[in-house]
Design a protein around this ligand. Structure first.
Ligand SMILES: [Ca+2]
Ligand SMILES: [Ca+2]
Ligand SMILES: [Ca+2]
Ligand SMILES: [Ca+2]
Length: 553
């Protein structure tokens, strides 16, 4: 009797803790996930499911099958999932059964007026990036605090320092976005969205991955190939822009990466999404990486909710073994939006750990999960942001983040917005360190982070993301440190472009020019004797844009 009472008491505590998380969503299916043992074939699975009063909704496209695992199945139960799970658990053909948790994206308030796009660049400014970093108008207007570098006091990621050193990402780095869909036609995203070369749109699943014409990814929410559906997908499109909105196109925003290749898997709709669809999404990327060799570096997971899922843990373990990082939002607090301690009550998926295996999938030998808390522009932890000295790894900008949405640009706040800064950092780092393993990339991101009072005792590193620290020290520029933000606005006279270069008096500079921020050519050397010095260049050019930078000699 005593033990029975104790059990009930514990269950009550767990239940109340879970209940204090985000409110239960409408898409609360009476459905469960069942992992069958290897011997069970499809007919046996169907029999067993019907015997327990359920219906096979679908077979997951589990990569586990390749490793000799049995079928992984979503079952519609017609009764509360907890009740159904108990029935299946005791079946000798079943490895494990669990609720198919409904999860939500992790965005807090979005309420903030969007500034008008700061003046469309004039002809002369279009030719020259006055800050010598990025010419995207919301960047030059100072709205993208999360990417900026205003010196030691900056709480942004200082991505601009990496750009100034010439590192702006690469199309050969692939990132998976498991979220709502992404508007792949957005003018500031289109150039960085993946088009599947293995499955042209012809009504046939040419690459045999189970998804017909998955041209830009797959929509697991609706079970179709359109990863963007008009009227929604704000959150997924916003996340995509922070990772890799096109940079240097004199338009809108810029992502941590100016260039990258984004692959969208939609599984969230207005009423959330099922964990089973997230599992299929993870395996979708594992398949692309394993069969086609795509350099998929990380998956962005700005969502969460529900309880532990062994089936999802197994999928993340499979991804980790394929060298794919799993970057996850720490979560946005309780029903009142007050941040919670993930050490006390686990938040999923950010609390998964791939250094630990399960009864069905062995350890990956390292943790591929990076759990991300949100900070604001003053370095404070977002009031909504979850934290955890053992379970949250790093902080990143997540309050008042301006990025792409289907209709243009908008602000959003949440650990959802912090997460893509870290995913973007993994991509940028991978583009500059091509030989590194996922474990090394993760270690580099965490070790180079900057200690922050607000994250001390609230994360394993006690630190915030710092791209100046992780990427800029690579150098790659001989003769000194690039000095961004030192050019004045250009003027044109007598066929010459003139810019004032401000800097240290007496300093000599090598001025370089580039059409794409990648290849730099020496233009001239100048010595700054009076605080500013005039730099001149011909206006005639075959390039559509010109970027300038100055390097101390
Ligand atoms: Ca096709
Ligand atoms: Ca396909
Ligand atoms: Ca769709
Ligand atoms: Ca842009």
């Amino acid at each position: 009797m005593f033990w029975r009472l104790l059990y009930v008491f514990l269950a009550a505590i767990l239940f109340s803790s879970l209940a204090s998380r985000a409110a239960q969503p409408a898409r609360d299916g009476q459905q469960i996930i069942v992992q069958f043992k290897p011997g069970a074939d499809d007919a046996r699975v169907k029999d067993k499911v019907e015997k327990h009063g359920g219906r096979v909704k679908k077979h997951l496209n589990s990569q586990g099958r390749a490793n000799g695992k049995g079928p992984l199945v979503v079952v519609e139960t017609g009764e509360p999932s907890a009740q159904a799970v108990e029935k299946f658990k005791t079946d000798p053909d079943v490895e494990f059964a669990e609720p198919d948790w409904v999860v939500q994206h992790q965005t807090g308030s979005a309420g903030q007026a969007v500034p008008a796009p700061p003046g469309t660049a004039s002809d002369s400014v279009d030719l020259v990036d006055p800050s010598a970093v990025a010419n995207d108008t919301y960047y030059t207007g100072g709205y993208l605090w999360g990417l900026m570098d205003s010196g030691a006091a900056s709480f942004g990621t200082r991505a601009s320092a990496a750009w100034a050193a010439g590192y702006t990402g690469s199309k050969t780095v692939y990132i998976g976005i498991i979220d709502e869909g992404v508007n792949w036609q957005h003018a500031d995203l289109a150039s960085n969205v993946w088009t599947n070369p293995f499955d042209p749109p012809d009504g046939i699943d040419n690459d045999g991955n189970g998804y017909v014409d998955d041209a830009h990814g797959w929509d697991f929410y609706s079970g179709d190939s359109s990863v963007y559906d008009a009227g929604g997908d704000n959150h997924g499109t916003h996340v995509a822009g922070t990772i890799a909105a096109a940079g240097g196109n004199a338009k809108g925003v810029v992502g941590v990466n100016w260039n990258a290749t984004l692959i969208s898997t939609k599984f969230l709709g207005p009423d959330g999404g099922y964990t089973s669809d997230a599992i299929d999404a993870v395996d979708y990327y594992v398949d692309l990486k394993k069969r086609h060799g795509l350099n998929i570096v990380a998956l962005n997971n700005s969502w969460g909710g529900g309880g532990y899922s062994q089936a999802l843990h197994d999928a993340i373990l499979r991804a980790a073994k394929a060298g794919i990082l799993f970057v996850a939002a720490a979560g946005n607090g309780d029903a009142n939006g007050i941040g919670l301690n993930n050490d006390s009550v686990a938040n999923y998926p950010s609390n998964y750990d791939t250094s630990r295996g399960t009864s069905t999938e062995s350890s990956a030998g390292y943790n591929a999960v990076i759990a991300v808390a949100a900070i604001d522009r003053y370095g404070a932890l977002g009031t909504f942001s979850n934290y955890g000295s053992r379970t949250v790894h790093i902080g990143a900008p997540g309050v008042e983040i301006l990025s792409t949405v289907p209709s243009g640009y908008n602000y959003m706040s949440g650990t959802s917005m912090a997460t893509p800064h870290v995913t973007g950092a993994a991509a940028l780092y991978a583009s500059t360190h091509p030989g590194q393993t996922s474990s090394q990339i993760r270690q580099a991101l965490l070790q180079s982070a900057t200690p922050s009072a607000s994250l001390s005792g609230k994360s394993t590193t006690g630190s915030r993301l710092n791209l100046a620290q992780i990427i800029a020290p690579l150098g790659g520029v001989t003769g000194g440190t690039p000095t961004p933000a030192t050019f004045g606005k250009p003027t044109v006279s007598n066929g010459q472009l003139h810019m004032k270069l401000a800097g240290t008096s007496g300093q000599r500079y090598q001025v370089q020019v580039s059409p794409d921020f990648k290849t730099w050519t020496n233009l001239t050397t100048v010595t700054n004797n009076t605080g500013t010095v005039d730099v001149a260049d011909s206006v005639s050019t075959t390039w559509s844009k010109k970027f300038y930078r100055a390097i101390t000699l």
